[in-house]
Design a protein around this ligand. Structure first.
Ligand code: HEM
Length: 154
């Protein structure tokens, strides 16, 4: 079960990044191109937040139940914090991803309101960009300190 959930979590990362980048590109083009706010703008924001919500769900399953790293860390949290790998999974990864989730939802909520298109695009651009930057820093890339593969089967 652990491996299945971890593999799904690893794969959904690419959907989050794809939809995040799409939403950011649309928001910046809408803002600088002075475009109307269209239903597609709302839809890409929805895809981004829904993929991120789903990723959070799988992440929480790993964090609370399946990951041997986090579940064993909870048994002696204080001592485990001296270990950089355990600290990354038990504190840093989750903190960054929850922050990204909050920024993405703020961006979507603000961009849904109001009737000034430029303002809606700007708010989406700003918050989605922050969210994706935080995600990039929180992901364990193969070149990160906590290196993990780009795809589960690599
Ligand atoms: C609150 C949200 C999240 C929580 C609680 C969470 C938690 C976790 C946990 C516990 C692990 C597994 C550690 C292990 O046992 O090996 C993990 C791995 C991972 N997480 Fe998250 N995560 C969250 C969000 C995200 C997001 C938003 C992304 C990227 C978009 C992401 C990308 C990854 C990747 C790439 C791995 C490694 C997968 C592998 O080893 O193949 N996580 N996460």
């Amino acid at each position: 079960m652990y491996t299945a959930v971890l593999d799904i979590h690893s794969l959904i990362r690419w959907l989050v990044i794809l939809f995040g980048l799409l939403a950011i590109v649309r928001a910046f083009r809408g803002w600088f191109g002075r475009k109307e706010w269209r239903p597609q703008d709302d839809r890409v924001g929805l895809w981004f937040t829904v993929s991120l919500d789903t990723q959070t769900l799988f992440g929480m399953l790993l964090y609370l139940f399946f990951s041997p790293i986090t579940t064993s860390t909870f048994q002696n949290f204080g001592t485990a914090m001296a270990d950089s790998e355990r600290r990354f999974w038990a504190v840093e990864h989750i903190t960054m991803m929850v922050l990204a989730l909050v920024f993405a939802h703020i961006g979507r909520a603000l961009s849904k309101k109001g009737n000034v298109p430029a303002r809606r695009h700007r708010q989406a651009a700003f918050f989605y960009l922050i969210a994706i930057l935080v995600i990039f820093f929180g992901v364990p890339w193969p070149f990160s300190r906590q290196a993990r593969p780009l795809l589960p089967f690599l």
